[in-house]
Ligand binder design. Structure first.
Ligand code: G16
Length: 547
């Protein structure tokens, strides 16, 4: 029976001392100021090794990124073998490893996990990892590598990649040579898979007008440039905010999170009427679209609009293909605009389920449908096809040319969509393919339903851990009494809805509000933001009016 080399552990752990601080695995992994992360990433390497051993040597992914956060932050997301976010129960184990106060305690936690999980330490462990463009990534990779050495795991460094590329590669490595083989485990394999499927989806259609793509000055920029040749001029795209050499620009007044939160164009972009624009976030797992109408009014096409477009298209395609018994459902969070839920359930007649914030929660709900469309309003999401749906789609040929063509499109759809996790490249191709097939502009897409005016804002407080929620994060249970005060304000606004929850990725709380008109929504937002700031230890400047 293999044992832990304690001397090796001590030597390596001494290189990555733990600061006096408590860490927790948040909405998407550990995430904070990069200077605090060295020991956390080292221990995440141990967590990934243990998880791999537990799963019989399957490859676990580790992505070093802080996604939409500012440049000085960083983090790590751990990826399970099929490319999905690591199982919830292991987040607690990773947290215990991160918080062990000394080498002795760290050894104790490892031993406890080994025994509780029935792990055979002799099982080999494999970990695939990559990082985004943040300068801190390089030294954090060293910490991760040291973590892998503790239990002798084999690490493979995929260099700089988008988060969804690493998720894709993890699944490919684990399914290689099996009937579920997902693709070639390389960036090239990823590009080819997506581009080939996209070309099938748009066969015979005219090339669209150019898309302007804001890359948040993040990893999406060099990677999309690398990807473009595979599309062979089928999709004209002009990149902006593509400077990865000046790290301070990452996500700064640019990218999907900025556009969604501020509901305006990113820095350096003047919107031409009725042209279409899109933004990635810093690690290219989120996507939002937008356009301005003739009078310059800004229109956002966020994750809810993408989910609605995808659901509409898939429902139509399933019907046209004449395939029986494929249920389509959508998963949203409390951030979903009320108008989108109404459109999905009442116009498209598709069931909608709600999950807590975090794609990991939505993903698991979406697995319950044959075709599960899941999107967060912030533009993070994808579509999952169940094994039985795939079997049906790939075993039917259709009894007439129209059905055969719909089946061909459905098959291509299963390939263009990254089924491991929300992926801005793949989602962009999905949206573009639908718009091209329908010959729709962004405005026509937008007309499916009208969003209730809404705001998503950050409120900075001294200690966000005093916030606790219930009811899928829609109600506060603490600070005591605050929810009742929020309810009293919301009641005064037509179609008013609002909730406050602590962020799991940033040191702030988030407030979402919607109401019948823009003016009422802004007033509602302002009043609740002020209330929370005053009653719950606001930090820095009191929230300004949102006009
Ligand atoms: C991550 C998660 C998303 C979540 C977002 C914000 O996104 O993957 O599911 O919506 O954080 O979470 P919170 O409101 O808890 O801060 P990303 O793109 O930053 O990895």
């Amino acid at each position: 029976m293999a044992t832990i080399n304690v001397n090796n552990l001590n030597v390596l752990s001494d290189l990555h001392p733990k600061p006096v601080r408590t860490f927790s695995y948040g909405t998407a992994g550990f995430r904070m100021k990069a200077e605090l992360l060295d020991s956390v990433i080292f221990r995440a390497g141990i967590a990934a090794s243990l998880r791999s051993k537990k799963l019989g040597g399957k490859v676990i992914g580790a992505m070093i990124t802080a996604s939409h956060n500012p440049a000085e932050d960083n983090g790590v997301k751990l990826v399970d073998p099929m490319g999905e976010m690591m199982e919830g129960s292991w987040e607690a184990l990773a947290t215990q490893l991160a918080n062990a106060e000394s080498n002795e305690k760290l050894l104790e936690v490892i031993q406890r996990i080994v025994s509780a999980q029935g792990i055979d330490l002799a099982t080999p462990a494999r970990v695939a990892f990559a990082r985004d463009t943040r300068p801190s990534g390089e030294s954090l990779v060293k910490a991760l590598n040291d973590g892998l050495k503790v239990l002798g795991a084999k690490g493979t460094d995929y260099g700089i990649m988008t988060t969804p590329q690493l998720h894709y590669i993890t699944r490919c490595l684990n399914t290689e040579g099996t009937p579920e083989a997902y693709g070639e485990p390389t960036a090239e394999g990823y590009y080819k898979k997506l581009a080939d499927a996209f070309k099938i989806l748009i066969e015979g259609k005219a090339t669209p007008a150019p898309l302007t793509l804001d890359c948040a000055n993040g990893v999406g920029a060099p990677k999309f440039l690398e990807f473009l040749p595979y599309l062979s001029d089928t999709l004209p795209v002009k990149l902006i905010n593509d400077d990865i050499n000046d790290a301070s620009k990452l996500n700064l007044n640019a990218g999907a999170d900025h556009v969604k939160s501020h509901q305006k164009a990113p820095v350096g972009l003047k919107l031409a009427p009725l042209e279409r624009y899109a933004s990635f976030d810093g690690d290219a797992d989120r996507l939002v679209y937008y356009y301005a109408d003739e009078d310059g009014t800004f229109h956002l096409l966020d994750g809810d609009k993408i989910a609605s477009l995808a659901a509409m298209y898939i429902v139509d395609l399933v019907k046209s293909a004449g395939v029986e018994g494929i249920s389509v459902g959508v998963v949203q969070t409390a951030y979903a605009n009320g108008a989108s839920t109404k459109y999905l359930t009442e116009t498209l007649n598709v069931p909608v389920k709600f999950a807590c914030t975090g794609v990991k929660h939505l993903h698991h709900e979406a697995l319950k449908y044959d075709v599960g469309v899941y999107f967060e309003a912030n533009g993070h999401g994808t579509v999952l096809f169940s094994p039985s749906a795939l079997k049906t789609i790939f075993s039917h040929e259709g009894s007439n040319p129209a059905q055969a063509s719909a089946i061909r499109s459905l098959r291509a759809l299963t390939e263009v969509i990254n089924q491991t996790v929300g992926d801005a490249f793949s989602d962009l191709l999905l949206v573009e393919a639908i718009l091209i097939q329908r010959q729709w502009t962004a405005r026509v897409w937008d007309q499916a339903y009208t969003d209730l005016p809404n705001r998503l804002v950050k409120i900075y407080v001294q200690d966000r851990t005093i916030f606790d929620t219930t009811d899928a994060e829609r109600k506060l249970v603490s600070p005591a009494g605050l929810q009742a005060q929020i309810d009293a304000i919301v009641k005064k606004f037509r179609d008013g809805r609002a909730f406050v929850r602590p962020s799991g990725t940033e040191d702030c709380t988030r407030l979402y509000a919607e109401a019948a008109t823009r003016g009422e929504c802004d007033e509602l937002t302002y009043r609740i933001a002020g209330l929370v700031f005053d009653q719950a230890g606001g930090a820095g400047q009191r929230p300004q009016e949102f006009l």
